[in-house]
Design a protein around this ligand. Structure first.
Ligand code: NAG
Ligand code: NAG
Ligand code: NAG
Ligand code: NAG
Ligand code: NAG
Length: 415
């Protein structure tokens, strides 16, 4: 009882005229604007017992290192929280999950090194705007954040600021779990390239800000990825564009793109002769581009080589025909010889067929069952056949399993 009395007494004593009894120490509470401000008070933790009417809580310029799971308990009606410049390094699991009406969260100007995968999970996905400008400590924090964006179920997020984080590379599909994102700020980073899939999954994007990065050009792949976003506003100014031939595709794209671009801010940084010249409208000659000329030359060379090949083939064919013509007599002779030879062979076959079908010769092999006597009989038959067959130079091999199928010619005499 006495402890309670002391508390009440101290409360009345410490309460400034414009504050109410339950305003946390180091903070100012404004009932009319429903705002609580705790600015540059070297607070080490998020103040507790914020009045129930508060909708906006501003806690900036303090020394709060960690956002703990219970940091925002009993703030279910708060819609805006500004936590910029507090040297926050760690966000634990479900850091904000008590803030079921939170629309706006500003974490800019911190040093987030540890982000729990479920740090941004809030039941009902009420969050619409997240400011992480100048808040990621290093690349590990970026990968942590990518996981937290994936696990956070931030389906209602409309606006995301990741500017000033020294980002050189965006993990593929980093934003693919933010299906309703409308504005993405990647300003003032060190991005050098966009890849296929960098901006996948965002179907409602309206503004993409890539100003003040380190782009020297955009590859065909990058331009395709930008095209996939459709009719969005893309800001590409203040990048160190190098206006050499490598920028050719980008110039064509700028010439033709249907996206809303800040073309006046897209200017060459080098070479010196083109410094501060607008990229759109630059001619192929201006960027010293020789690629199309080379292509034409290559094309011409190819055509020439085809013509040459045709000429050579034609010449070879003509020489062949000419040789044939010169040898026409020899050819004729050769053809006649071939014809005669083959006729002889055919006649031989014919003869043999007649012998085969002669019943008087058929009994010779049928009578002889023994191996040696049958071979002798065959030899005899062969001898008698060769005497009857005409002499020729054709030797025809026939399988020897048949009874009388070998046609043996007498040794050629006229070779
Ligand atoms: C939040 O608002 C509702 C109604 O507006 C009220 O009943 C509830 O007590 C409020 N919560 C807090 C923690 O003040
Ligand atoms: C995010 O915060 C920074 C600094 O606190 C501010 O300059 C910037 O405008 C904010 N981003 C958005 C999208 O409001
Ligand atoms: C980022 O910082 C954290 C904490 O200091 C450290 O553990 C980690 O190794 C750093 N990562 C990189 C890529 O430097
Ligand atoms: C860009 O970011 C750096 C640190 O990342 C910061 O010092 C600088 O002020 C920023 N510039 C602008 C114009 O926001
Ligand atoms: C871009 O368009 C301009 C005319 O608007 C044209 O002169 C120039 O050659 C085009 N550049 C390229 C690379 O096609």
């Amino acid at each position: 009882m006495s402890v309670f009395a002391v508390h009440v007494f101290l409360g009345i004593l410490l309460c400034a005229p414009y504050q109410c009894l339950d305003c946390p120490s180091g903070c100012e509470c404004f009932a009319v604007t429903r705002t609580v401000k705790c600015v540059s008070k070297d607070l080490l933790t998020v103040p507790q017992s914020v009045p129930g009417y508060a909708r906006t809580v501003v806690i900036t310029g303090n020394n709060i290192h960690q956002i703990a799971p219970n940091s925002f308990a009993e703030m279910e009606n708060v819609t805006n929280i500004i936590l910029s410049n507090n040297r926050i390094t760690e966000m634990t699991s479900h850091s904000f999950s008590a803030l079921i009406n939170l629309r706006f969260l500003d974490l800019s100007g911190n040093q987030l090194a540890l982000i729990h995968p479920e740090a941004l999970s809030i039941p009902g996905s009420p969050l619409q705007e997240l400011n992480l400008s100048r808040s990621l400590y290093n690349f590990t924090a970026l990968t942590d954040l990518t996981t937290a964006l994936r696990w956070g179920g931030l389906r209602g997020l409309l606006r995301l600021d990741l500017s000033g984080n020294h980002l050189a590379l965006l993990p593929p599909g980093m934003f693919s779990h933010l299906p309703n994102l409308q504005q993405l700020f990647l300003t003032n980073n060190s991005l050098v390239a966009v890849y296929s899939g960098t901006f996948s999954g965002m179907n409602h994007l309206e503004v993409l800000d890539l100003t003040r990065n380190a782009f020297k050009t955009f590859s065909a792949e990058a331009l395709q990825e930008l095209d996939r976003l459709g009719n969005v506003r893309i800001l590409l100014g203040d990048n160190p564009y190098t206006c050499s031939c490598e920028i050719h595709n980008f110039v064509i794209w700028l010439n033709e793109s249907r996206a809303q671009l800040d073309v006046d801010a897209v200017r060459c940084t080098s070479p010196r002769a083109l410094s501060d010249t607008r990229l759109r409208g630059l001619s192929v000659q201006a960027i010293g581009c020789v690629v199309p000329v080379q292509a034409e030359v290559a094309d011409l060379t190819l055509q020439t080589s085809y013509v040459f090949l045709g000429l050579v083939l034609g010449f070879v064919g003509m020489v062949f025909l000419f040789v044939l013509y010169l040898n026409r007599k020899g050819m004729k002779k050769w053809i006649n010889e071939m014809r005669d030879a083959c006729r002889d062979v055919l006649e031989g076959y014919h003869y043999r067929y007649e012998i085969d079908s002669d019943p008087r010769l058929g009994h010779i092999s049928a009578d002889n069952g023994g191996g040696s006597s049958s071979r002798r009989a065959q030899g005899h038959l062969r001898l008698s056949l060769s005497q009857q067959l005409p002499n020729d130079t054709c030797i025809v091999q026939v399988p020897s399993d048949a009874k009388v199928k070998q046609v043996t010619a007498t040794p050629p005499l006229n070779l």
